[in-house]
Ligand binder design. Sequence first.
Ligand SMILES: *[C@@H]1O[C@H](CO)[C@@H](O)[C@H](O)[C@H]1NC(C)=O
Ligand SMILES: [Cu+2]
Length: 236
Amino acid sequence: MKLALVFLASAALANAHFTMQYIWVNGADQGQNNFIRVPPNNNPVTDVTSTDLTCNVGGTSGSSVSTVSIPAGTNITFEWHQHAQRTGEDAISGGHKGAVQVYVAKAPSTAASFNGQGAVWTKIYSSGLLNPSTSEWATDVVNTNNGKHSVVIPASLPAGEYLLRAEILALHVASSYPGAQFYIGCAQAKITGGGSASPPKISLPGAYKPTDPGITVNIYNNLQSYTAPGGAVWSG
Ligand SMILES: *[C@@H]1O[C@H](CO)[C@@H](O)[C@H](O)[C@H]1NC(C)=O
Ligand SMILES: [Cu+2]
């Protein structure tokens, strides 16, 4: 009896979570876990003050990860799954309701040696509550798209090596803190071409607070609007 309960509990946990496993460059699949700082498991981060918020557990170093070369203006697609399989289950599991955001941070030297600490992150994409009357969230679209969401890297971003940080913020148990679940995937990219923009930057961890209305929120109480943490999107 006890064993069965433990098994059921751990199976439910494993099924509930997911990781970023693929990036696509202008529609071309780059292969499983390539150019990605892979976390040890599919658990979410819940402590917004932890360095795990930067690039997931173990993600402050990318010394064993390759860096993909992309021109500024490239359309990058991030693809998430619960397990190491693309079919046979919901990509990120329908119970995860919440926001999808993408940030970029320019490394002082190489992306592989960049820890992503300090005020270095620029938000380039954010999608949250899409339809209050049907409770449709950005996460629902990710499931519909088999785990994928896309963003165009702004053409005005200066050339250099970057971390690309995708975040899925699941809010199904977020009415008290800690509760909100941060799923984070970081890829390493060398951006070529580009421009001379000087975008606004925030720290991760740093900018997110437990009391942010986008982090501690009851999404099951007729929520009419939602403001994701981390400020406005910079559109280039
Ligand atoms: C980016 O690429 C994806 C996948 O090919 C596509 O669905 C999406 O429409 C593209 N986005 C833009 C803005 O071009
Ligand atoms: Cu989960």
